[in-house]
Design a protein around this ligand. Structure first.
Ligand SMILES: *Cc1c(COP(=O)(O)O)cnc(C)c1O
Length: 390
């Protein structure tokens, strides 16, 4: 591969390793283990004295190709792939934190992330404070002498709030802590947190990296000391490793990532503008709209608004459910990151198990709907929503 820093080229070419057969497309190495030429070579590989593949819980050539390509796109020294996005967050926590340490986390993160930090890691003596993502002063006020990690998801779900990555990186570094950013909604095609000062980027490859709703996967990107050195021992030992098949799917997904993210963002912006003009819609939450509270920050920090649009319909739950139930094209599902558009009613699904008071405090009203815009003709998506709105 020629030397380049152009993402379009890196997405298609970075990380490829050809076998002796000179295959054009990346090969899928479905093998759990690797063989050695001699007892001496086996010994050297096992003790880490020589480079090379041993066992696919540790490393696998297809997984390596995915890791190198994603690292190139994020501008990271190092990347490790995991079985899911949650496994990537678990690996980060288990590798970098110990009992007695403290985490500050934005309060509108993925539901399982909340459960992992507050429930599971809490049992192991790691305490987490949740703060509003966009309130930099609240992050600073939450810091303690033992704070080791700041964990941010931006844009947030389902309110699509945009937090200032550079400002929060500065807060983290002043405190001697690390900033990890869950870059699931934007992907490196739209936002590169490491260039803005973040230390780690977390991915659910299940979403836009695959992009077609096929497999689960995850990854962590960052400096070699934090990722390859600090996390590989955990991955090798505990085994939340990405399967070679899933790695191959998401590796090929990266080739069309930029095209998809730009096309889906364009459709999302068109849909957001149409929704904003609809009399039955009380407000639209999309960073690409001038009415979005962090519109200017999003324009600096993101290349486009992303594919997720949330909006509030007049008439509460009844009106919102009517919109969901009138759809014939859009899939009714809590998932996102697909070329097929999806719709969900957060108050009764993703946020259905928290108390009405907590939901109201989080700004998730009964009339709120979230649409993750896919690649269908946007006029068809509009028509599908118009049926329930009109
Ligand atoms: C889906 C998701 C995750 C978890 O990823 P899995 O691959 O489902 O484990 C983490 N963060 C965000 C923002 C997500 O949307």
């Amino acid at each position: 591969m020629t030397d380049t820093d152009q993402p379009a080229t890196l997405a298609v070419r970075a990380g490829q390793q050809r076998s002796q057969f000179n295959e054009h497309s990346e090969a899928l190495y479905l093998t759990s283990s690797f063989v050695f030429d001699s007892a001496a070579q086996a010994a050297a590989r096992f003790t880490g004295g020589s480079e090379g593949y041993v066992y696919s819980r540790f490393t696998n050539p297809t997984v390596t190709m995915f890791q190198e390509r994603l690292a190139a796109l994020e501008g990271a020294e190092s990347c490790l792939a995991t079985a899911s996005g949650m496994a990537a967050i678990l690996m980060t926590a288990m590798s970098l934190l110990k009992a007695g340490e403290h985490v500050v986390c934005s309060n509108a993160v993925f539901g399982s992330t909340v459960t992992l930090f507050s429930g599971i890691l809490g049992r192991f003596g790691v305490e987490t404070t949740f703060v509003p993502a966009t309130d930099v002063a609240a992050w600073r006020a939450a810091l303690r002498p033992n704070t080791r990690l700041l964990f941010l998801e931006t844009p947030s779900n389902p309110l699509i709030e945009v937090a200032d990555i550079a400002a929060l990186a500065a807060v983290a570094h002043e405190a001697g802590a690390l900033l990890a950013v869950d870059n699931c909604f934007c992907t490196p095609a739209l936002q590169r947190p490491l260039a803005l000062g973040a230390d780690l980027v977390i991915h659910s490859a299940t979403k836009y990296l695959d992009g077609q709703g096929r497999v689960l996967g995850g990854a962590v990107c960052g400096a070699k000391v934090l990722v390859a050195q600090a996390m590989l021992p955990f991955l090798r030992t505990a085994g939340p490793s990405l399967s070679p098949f899933n790695a191959w799917v998401v590796l090929k997904g990266l080739e069309t990532l930029e095209l998809r993210m730009l096309a889906q963002s364009e459709r999302a912006l068109q849909l957001a503008r149409w929704l904003e003009s609809h009399p039955k819609v009380a407000r639209v939450l999309y960073p690409g709209l001038a009415s979005h509270p962090q519109h200017a920050l999003a324009a600096r920090q993101q290349r486009a608004g992303g594919a997720v649009v949330s909006f509030e319909v007049r008439g509460g739950r009844e009106a919102a459910w009517k919109v969901v139930d009138a759809t014939r094209l859009i899939s009714i599902t809590g998932n996102l990151g697909d070329v097929k558009s999806t719709i969900t009613h957060p108050a009764t699904t993703t946020h259905g198990r928290i108390s009405p008071e907590a939901r109201a405090a989080a700004g998730i009203s009964e009339g709120l709907l979230r649409v993750a815009v896919g690649l269908e003709a946007v006029t068809d998506v509009q028509a599908d929503l118009a049926r329930g709105l009109d």
